[in-house]
Design a protein around this ligand. Structure first.
Ligand SMILES: Nc1ncnc2c1ncn2[C@@H]1O[C@H](COP(=O)(O)OP(=O)(O)OP(=O)(O)O)[C@@H](O)[C@H]1O
Length: 954
């Protein structure tokens, strides 16, 4: 660089530190030049020979801005002794003279060629990364697997189906009611992940029982990378401590005034909310996009009595757009409560309990017609059935019959428009198959004198007679205690879950086993703090040093994962059959590999024996999951009470009546409601197609290849760990701003889903891991790789020939929630042109060019750029001219796709509304608004130049 190039007053930019802004030459002495950088309030001195500086000269037609913020268009440029004078237009054809000295120091060279001319160009690899990022983002956003690839879960069809079906809805409001242990938490997690990943939701509240807080926190993080914050009493107390700080710390206290507002992803327990009016008010005031309530059977409701829990969730759900209720036993507290939960989801549809009950009676007929259609086709229907169809589907039937696949169209319409199809999903073990057997092992024990003497072995209390006695006494004399000790010793070292109804029983048993019998055990009950409970569960799950037995009160029968154990001891039996199912469900869940032994000690001639026999012989509830227990109980309530009260002679009649009623209900449900719900809860062909799509996404486009290249460019060291696994660590050239999720001490990652399922200590690097999405977003939104210079040797081209490789993407300013990328993908368009405007894109594809290009030394490149500027500008013009005609077809097909998706959806919802008020007005309104907004946004779409690589032949 020649000294004479620098003149005081000139504007230059540092390409090694662009954040300094536009510098001004303030001093030249000897072989050194000094620049002031007003934007950064800094001064720097450089050796003239190798100053990393580029001269900034605006061209005719470009916009300039003065330091006082006025903007002008350059019309002419004069060189006055080395300092430029711009003749600029203020937009009203008034020409003003502006010396470059007066230019604003805040410069943003956003156009790729401006960056190139300002010396802000990168090496070849950065351009390649930019191109690859655009291509991957484009493919991923258009994929139906989007939102479902990031979870560390096995692909189970029933879960993937539900997740996809629910997550794609606007503000979904559904009841996830799979049988115990089939993965409702996972389904909810998948839905949350999808909605958050696609920006359909941002604020989420999860409400669960106290005992499940930690499990949810961990599951959301390790499986879905979702970081929830727990809001509990401790958080409020910490806020009070802040409030007492001196005044200058007030901001800190204010910021946290409503913790539900300051968290985007909040997790709290229903018990805590019930105990704190302040927390209730805060949670309601905060407003949510999506709320999840686990173990929703606790929300009891009847027309006469509404539980406080129900009332609270009702208020909360009114402030949340979406709502996911989870329960394995929807009818545990009766059909009225089940109806009331549906009412929470959709008050317009479920407003009348009696009408709901009446409607359920129709299900059998609907199911019969559905089966007939799927077996024989629509045309084979009898005229009676056709008339019924007409009644159910109204005028819409004709349109459905002329659909491409009329059978499927009619069945879909029936499932959609009738019953609980849209809001209720329930998968059963019977439908999913592959679950291990359950093996009941009863142990009849003599009733001890202490109980007989007090006559406390009958009635509901007779199920837990020990609670009426002194602890010392029953521990010594209740034969179940000695039996328990012996059974546990006999099963050693197998892990055993012991469940009893009351905390006092669990505590006494655990002390006894630990201290007197020397059996390693842990207690799990409501009198322990959350941390103590988690510690107990962790001690139990430890395979080497852990406890053999976990003695739980009833709170251990909900939600917890104990499938690594194969033995369950029911120290007593619950009165409610659904509670029995919940207890067994701790072991009988996804991941259970062995037959489950259910040990049932009971005292002969007492309520315990009647209850055991009722469950076993009346309901067959030990060997098989029983969904009709509560309904059967309602039917035989008087006989059951008599048997429990000690009228043993009533037992045979009770058992017979229960068997009959259970059979009748099972047949009814199999033919009616359950069949319809099952059809709606998993369509295997849709689920399989989705899974194939996810798998091919995982297999075809290798996230590892992409990330290895990104790591190389962003200064992250990649160390081989083992097959499928690497260790990522910040390296010497680490660009932290692009890799925000990488911890300082690095992380071990696996690229294989299978390994991720086995090795929880490794992060699962999928296309949806935050580290990967973070890198992609950062590459696209930053200037990295926007401009590059490369050299290439090709015999056919004379040295010094210039080529320009350009990357265009479609730019469509619209809210992310519109999801326009699904219809108008960024559609990366790559063009290769020469100075004469020849389109060489097909002759030299990107990959081939990559192999041929090599980097140019930075100093050489800096010297070349000013010389080739006019040719580069010409080539950019050529590329833009070639790109422009490609926009219209993209826009037209995007518009067609938007209409294709929204149009039928709106028509369908409108048709449904005529026969079924399940459809909310805001849902239809939402789709209409989305369509209108999408059409407007698409009209404004444009092509934007996102990157250039200038290639100079050598
Ligand atoms: N797709 C999956 N991949 C891996 N593990 C899974 C998957 N689905 C479920 N599991 C595991 O199976 C167990 C049961 O799942 P989950 O807790 O979601 O069931 P649930 O239906 O909510 O149970 P409950 O009715 O007891 O509340 C958990 O340990 C969960 O981690």
């Amino acid at each position: 660089m020649d000294t004479s190039e620098f003149v005081i007053g000139q504007r230059w930019v540092s390409h090694s530190d662009t954040a300094l802004g536009l510098g001004i030459v303030t001093d030249i002495s000897g072989r050194r030049v000094t620049l002031g950088f007003p934007a950064a309030d800094e001064e720097r001195t450089y050796a003239i020979d190798n100053a990393p500086l580029s001269r900034i000269i605006y061209q005719i037609g470009e916009e300039i801005e003065t330091f006082d913020g006025e903007r002008y268009l350059v019309r002419a440029v004069d060189d006055l002794g080395g300092v430029l004078m711009y003749h600029a237009d203020d937009g009203s054809d008034n020409l003003t003279q502006i010396s470059e000295v007066k230019l604003s120091s805040l410069v943003d060279f956003s156009a790729p060629h401006q960056r190139l001319f300002a010396g802000q160009f990168d090496r070849n690899g950065a351009f390649r990364l930019r191109m690859a990022t655009a291509q991957h983002q484009d493919r991923l956003r258009a994929s139906s697997a989007q939102g479902l690839i990031g979870a560390r879960t096995q692909h189970l069809p029933h879960q993937i189906y539900i997740a996809h079906e629910v997550a794609k809805r606007y503000a979904p409001r559904v009841l996830l009611a799979d049988e115990v242990g089939l993965g409702k938490t996972i389904e909810a997690g998948l839905i949350l992940h999808y909605q958050l990943h696609t920006s359909r939701a941002r604020r989420v509240l999860i409400v669960v029982p106290d005992s499940l807080i930690h499990q949810w926190l961990v599951e959301m993080l390790r499986r879905f990378n979702l970081r929830f914050s727990i809001i509990d009493q401790g958080r409020y107390e910490a806020m009070e401590d802040f409030a007492e700080l001196p005044e200058e710390d007030d901001d800190l206290a204010d910021a946290d005034e409503n913790p539900f507002e300051s968290e985007q992803l909040a997790l709290c327990s229903l018990d805590f909310l019930m105990a704190s009016e302040q927390a209730q008010a805060d949670a309601i005031a905060a407003g949510w996009d999506l709320m999840v309530v686990d173990e929703a059977h606790h929300l009891a409701w009847s027309p006469q009595a509404v539980s406080p829990e129900y009332r609270l969730v009702e208020q909360l759900s009114a402030t949340s757009k979406g709502l996911l209720l989870l329960t394995a036993t929807p009818e545990q507290v009766g059909v009225a409560s089940h109806f009331a939960r549906l009412r929470l989801l959709d008050p317009a549809r479920f407003h009348d309990l009696e009408a709901f009950k009446e409607e359920e009676k129709q299900y059998e007929v609907i199911n019969r017609v559905v089966s007939q259609i799927s077996e024989q086709g629509v045309t084979a229907l009898s005229s009676d059935d056709r008339n019924s169809l007409k009644d159910w589907l109204g005028d819409e039937l004709d349109a459905l019959m002329s659909a491409e696949q009329p059978e499927q169209a009619v069945i879909d319409a029936l499932l959609d428009r009738h019953g609980t199809g849209r809001v209720l999903f329930r998968n059963t073990r019977a439908a999913i198959k592959g679950f291990p057997e359950r093996h009941p092992l009863p142990a009849a024990l003599p009733c001890p004198g202490i109980y007989q003497h007090n006559d406390i072995v009958h009635g509901i209390g007779g199920l837990t007679p020990e609670t009426a006695m002194e602890e010392e006494q029953w521990l010594a004399e209740d034969p179940r205690v000695a039996w328990l000790e012996k059974t546990l010793s006999g099963l050693k070292p197998a892990k055993v879950v012991v469940i009893c109804a009351h905390a006092s029983t669990a505590m006494a048993l655990e002390h006894y086993l630990q201290l007197r019998a020397g059996i390693r055990s842990a207690a799990f009950h409501e009198h322990l703090s959350l941390i103590e409970r988690d510690r107990a569960a962790a001690y139990f799950s430890d395979t080497e040093q852990g406890a053999q037995a976990l003695i739980c009160s009833e709170i251990g029968s909900e939600g917890r994962n104990f499938q690594f154990a194969h033995h369950l001891i029911l120290f007593d039996l619950p009165a409610n059959p659904d509670l029995l199912e919940q207890r067994i469900g701790r072991l009988d869940r996804i991941g259970q590999t062995d037959t489950i032994d259910i040990h049932i000690p009971y005292l002969q001639g007492t309520a315990q024996e009647s209850q055991y026999r009722w469950f076993e012989e009346g309901l067959n509830a030990f060997s098989e999951s029983c969904s009709v227990g509560v309904a059967v109980h309602e039917h035989v309530a008087a006989q059951w009470q008599a048997a429990i009260d000690g009228q043993i002679e009533e037992l045979p009649a009770l058992l017979e009546a229960s068997q009959k009623e259970a059979e009748r209900l099972r047949t009814l449900l199999r033919n009616g409601r359950d069949a319809l719900i099952e059809l709606n809860s998993c369509r295997p062909e849709v689920a399989d197609a989705l899974i194939s799509q996810i798998e091919s996404e995982e297999e075809s486009a290798r996230v590892r290849d992409y990330m290895i290249e990104a790591c190389d460019i962003l200064g992250v060291d990649v160390e081989d760990h083992s097959e499928h696994a690497d260790v990522l660590r910040p390296g010497e050239q680490y660009q932290a701003g692009h890799v925000t999720e990488l911890p300082e001490d690095g992380m071990t990652v696996t690229w294989s889903r299978q390994q991720a399922l086995e090795r929880e200590d490794m992060a699962f690097m999928s296309w949806e891991h935050p580290l990967v999405t973070g890198v992609m977003e950062s590459v696209t939104s930053s200037g990295l790789g926007k401009a590059a210079l490369a050299s290439m040797t090709v015999k056919a081209l004379p040295p010094g020939t210039l080529l320009l490789e350009a990357l265009f993407t479609v730019h469509c300013p619209a809210p992310e929630s519109l999801q326009l990328s699904r219809y108008l993908p960024v559609s990366p368009l790559r063009l290769l042109v020469d100075v004469n405007g020849r389109n060489l894109s097909a002759t030299l594809p990107h990959d081939r060019l990559n192999d041929m290009c090599s980097n140019i030394r930075r100093r050489t490149a800096q010297a070349i750029v000013p010389q080739i500027r006019p040719q580069v500008e010409t080539m950019v013009d050529h590329a833009e001219a070639l790109a422009e005609p490609q926009l219209e077809p993209l826009r037209t097909s995007a518009l067609a796709r938007v209409r294709e998706v929204f149009g039928p959806e709106i028509r369908r919802l409108e048709a449904m509304k005529k026969v079924n008020p399940a459809i909310r007005d805001d849902e239809i309104g939402f789709f209409r608004e989305q369509l209108a907004a999408a059409e407007t946004a698409l009209g404004q779409a444009s092509l934007s130049l996102e990157g250039i690589r200038v290639i100079v032949t050598a």
